[in-house]
Design a protein around this ligand. Structure first.
Ligand SMILES: Nc1nc2c(c(=O)[nH]1)N[C@H]1C(S)=C(S)[C@@H](COP(=O)(O)OP(=O)(O)OC[C@H]3O[C@@H](n4cnc5c(=O)[nH]c(N)nc54)[C@H](O)[C@@H]3O)O[C@H]1N2
Ligand SMILES: Nc1nc2c(c(=O)[nH]1)N[C@H]1C(S)=C(S)[C@@H](COP(=O)(O)OP(=O)(O)OC[C@H]3O[C@@H](n4cnc5c(=O)[nH]c(N)nc54)[C@H](O)[C@@H]3O)O[C@H]1N2
Ligand code: SF4
Ligand SMILES: [Mo]
Length: 705
């Protein structure tokens, strides 16, 4: 009998490298022939995976894999280097920039793909080894608006304050700006169970997505009009006596100003602003207002706006006025996106944050973390600049001159991408830690080849706030190091080795537990053993005998008064609206078979077959107006730049809107088009709306640039 080497070792239980659903999977080695199966014992996905999860092993032994550090030589070419050369050069460049321009001239850019241990250590590396305030991460482009809204309204930012298992028991769910049928497909089991229980789903999206097709009601709004829509729904609920007066009185504050604000959002006006017919608004409000249990969920469609915080707050107002938050099978939640999009925003890679979701400008928080790290408090820098502002200032007076990027591909994923690329080129020095030569790594002076998901251990926190263990399942290829090893080796070269003497990720986690103890995101009671035994532990979990917290807000809110806070929100138009030169709305997002900037998924054959190139979704009536055919190449142009797409006709999208995915680089990059207008609070860029025009490629376009 033929016996494969993998049959000798039982498969290891681990988790998918991609989205925040963090499906449990089993991986049987070796790395070159790794086989993935769904882990039916993990309660969240119960064995189900999407096509990205099934094919994830393809990245492990991929021929493009970086197996040696690279360094740019005198002729400007990236050539192989030893680890010592690469690390020495990186440490020297960071130090030189600081000697010349001050401590904040060294910068760090992280990502929500990093484990909790890596994100924690990256924050410690920036603050302690470099002493710079300039660290931020790609979650600023992702979760920051919902995070800021959650903190303001509830005093805490945990994407879902309840487990996914509550979804089937909600009679009505309103989902604004999310397409989970493509972005986290196994979650659809929960919506299907909800429907089987007689529940109804309302989807708010400018497109009739595969998620909207599952819904009882689809509100096809104009991009950038969510706040008006949410205010309009609340107006109807107030008018028709469907709000929960008793809950508002007992558990919230600030409703009167919200009631006054929404009084002017009468349905005809809201129909004008949002493009959603009055009858649909009334139906949605009545479905929500008469349900005994209901949820309001948001995702990036509502959040990635220069008004993103206001949009999220307007949806939160709706949930509070209906008395949903903290009630069984009810509440407000946001669907977190990246693999560790939740944990990655808790432990200090954010510009204004220390571990445990502490504020870096809070004296008590500073004292606590400085004590855990063993340094005087005044050595901790203050808050730094947000992701886009950090990138925008690269190489400039007062900006970062030497940058370390770990787990982000900003050349593809940041707004106004060509400008960001210019700024990266203006740096004195760029180091990128990645396992493939991403578009951003191609610009680097030093590339540090690191281990991938299945090759290293650590914890992740899924979209429910469940801390899970991603176990090492295969050995990394010789020649690569883990992100943790890279950070410790750099800290050593910066003379701070004694603060980074970690033998493995478990030791980092032990320190993270202490650093987070007493903070909002308290992990003090979580151990690797407990996670394995309980299939994950929900934070906050302040002590080892504490059960963890699957549901928040049943008793009260972690605000000074113990009440949730309403915030009056006024609809404001997007930073850029269609006009004679750029007559259509452009919105951007995702497709099922590609992930983020595409560094990983564009390299997986099966996924490339499914989604080989970016398609611009255009309504057939719009196509007729511009003389476009299905499959034709067009140039989309905005005030920032132009990019090339293949036309896909779809009657599900609004006639005034074009949708493109952002998973490709170069002339195919949606972010050549997007508007870097920022939300005043969250500093989230306006990825989801700007003004665009369609040019047929014979009119001239980026294919020839
Ligand atoms: N396949 C795949 N899955 C992923 C990812 C991926 O790259 N690929 N990325 C992961 C990450 S990091 C994230 S953050 C999540 C994102 O998950 P989602 O938020 O579900 O994804 P998006 O496609 O960015 O946006 C969702 C929807 O918002 C709609 N939309 C656009 N403009 C507006 C608007 O103004 N208002 C409203 N209400 N809706 C609007 C779009 O039409 C789109 O259908 O997905 C995660 N999962
Ligand atoms: N137009 C438009 N732009 C968007 C969005 C949108 O909806 N529209 N969405 C935004 C959102 S929500 C997000 S989250 C961002 C994401 O955008 P990016 O920050 O670019 O995210 P990824 O593509 O996941 O980049 C991760 C990079 O790090 C590498 N990597 C993955 N895991 C690890 C690891 O563990 N260690 C190291 N060192 N490297 C790793 C990958 O190979 C890849 O090159 O894009 C944003 N950009
Ligand atoms: S990409 Fe998300 S939904 Fe798909 S298998 Fe991975 S974790 Fe599950
Ligand atoms: Mo994201």
């Amino acid at each position: 009998m033929h016996s494969a080497p993998r049959s000798e070792q039982p498969p290891t239980a681990t988790h998918c490298p991609y989205c925040a659903f963090q499906c449990g999977m089993r991986l049987a080695g070796p790395r070159e022939q790794a086989v993935i199966t769904g882990n039916d014992l993990f309660p969240v996905n119960q064995g189900a995976l999407c096509i990205k999860g099934w094919t994830a092993a393809a990245t492990l032994a991929h021929p493009d894999r970086l197996l040696t550090p690279l360094a740019r030589n005198a002729r400007g070419v990236l050539v192989p280097a030893t680890w010592d050369e690469a690390l020495d050069r990186t440490a020297r460049a960071l130090r030189e920039a600081q000697a010349r321009y001050g401590r904040d001239a060294a910068g760090v850019f992280g990502g929500g793909a990093l484990t909790n241990e890596q994100a924690y250590l990256l924050g410690k590396f920036a603050r302690l080894a470099l002493g710079t305030s300039n660290i931020d991460y790609n979650g600023r482009f992702c979760m920051s608006s919902a995070a800021a809204a959650g903190l303001r309204a509830f005093g805490i930012d945990r994407g879902l304050p309840f487990p996914l298992g509550d979804i089937p028991h909600a009679e009505v769910i309103l989902l604004a700006g999310g397409n989970p049928a493509e972005t986290m497909p196994p979650i659809m089991q929960y919506f299907a169970a909800q429907r089987a229980n007689g529940g109804q789903l309302i989807v708010v999206d400018p497109r009739r997505t595969s998620t909207a097709q599952e819904a009882a009601l689809h509100l096809r709004l104009i991009p950038g009009s969510d706040a008006a829509l949410a205010n309009g729904l609340l107006h109807i609920l107030v008018r028709d006596g469907l709000i929960d007066q008793e809950y508002i009185r007992a558990r919230t504050e600030g409703f009167e100003r919200v009631r006054a604000e929404v009084a002017t959002y009468w349905p005809e006006r809201v129909e004008r602003i949002t493009g959603v017919p009055e009858a649909h608004l009334v139906r949605a409000a009545h479905l929500l207002g008469t349900a005994r249990t209901a949820m309001v969920l948001t995702a990036r469609g509502a959040e990635q706006h220069a008004q993103g915080v206001n949009n999220a707050l307007a949806y939160i107002n709706l949930a509070l006025a209906l008395g949903l938050v903290g009630k069984p099978a009810s509440g407000y939640g946001c669907l977190t996106g990246q693999g560790n999009g939740q944990g990655g925003r808790e432990h200090g890679q954010k510009a204004d944050q220390l571990p445990g979701y502490r504020r870096i400008d809070d004296p008590a928080a500073r004292r606590h973390v400085a004590a855990v790290w063993g340094i005087p408090e005044d050595q901790l820098p203050g808050p730094g600049s947000s992701a886009y502002e950090l990138l925008d200032g690269l190489g400039q007076e007062g900006g970062v001159r030497a940058l370390l990027v770990m787990a982000s591909n900003v050349v593809v994923s940041a707004p106004h991408a060509q400008h960001v690329e210019e700024r990266l080129r203006a740096l004195d020095f760029l180091a990128v830690a990645d396992f493939f030569l991403s578009e951003t790594a191609q610009l680097a002076d030093v590339v540090l080849p690191v281990a991938q998901w299945a090759e290293e251990g650590g914890t992740m926190t899924n979209l429910e706030g469940r801390v899970i263990l991603r176990q090492r399942a295969v050995a990394p290829p010789p020649g690569v190091r883990t992100d943790l090893e890279v950070l410790c080796a750099l800290a050593e070269r910066l003379g701070k080795g004694q603060f980074f003497a970690f033998a493995d990720e478990r030791q980092v986690f032990e320190e993270l537990r202490r650093a987070s103890a007493g903070g909002v995101a308290d992990y003090a009671g979580i151990t690797y053993e407990r996670i394995a035994a309980q299939q994950g532990v929900f934070w906050p979990c302040p002590a080892e005998d504490h059960p963890g917290t699957p549901r928040l807000f049943a008793e009260g809110f972690p605000t000074p008064s113990g009440r949730a806070r309403f915030h009056p929100v006024r609809h404001q138009p997007p930073a850029e609206e269609p006009d004679a030169s750029y007559p259509l709305y452009l919105t951007t997002g995702r497709v099922l078979a590609q992930y983020q900037s595409g560094t990983q998924t564009r390299r997986v054959d099966r996924l490339r077959e499914l989604a080989p190139e970016p398609l611009a979704e255009v309504h057939p009536a719009t196509a007729r107006r511009y003389g476009l055919r299905e499959g034709q190449t067009v140039t989309l142009r905005t005030r920032r730049g132009a990019a090339a797409f293949t036309v896909k006709l779809t009657a599900g999208i609004r006639e005034d809107t074009v949708f493109v995915p952002f998973h490709w680089g170069g002339v195919l990059a949606a972010n050549r088009l997007t508007n870097p207008a920022l939300d005043p609070t969250s500093r989230m860029p306006e990825f989801k709306v700007c003004a665009v025009r369609i040019e047929r490629t014979e009119d001239g376009g980026p294919r020839t640039e």
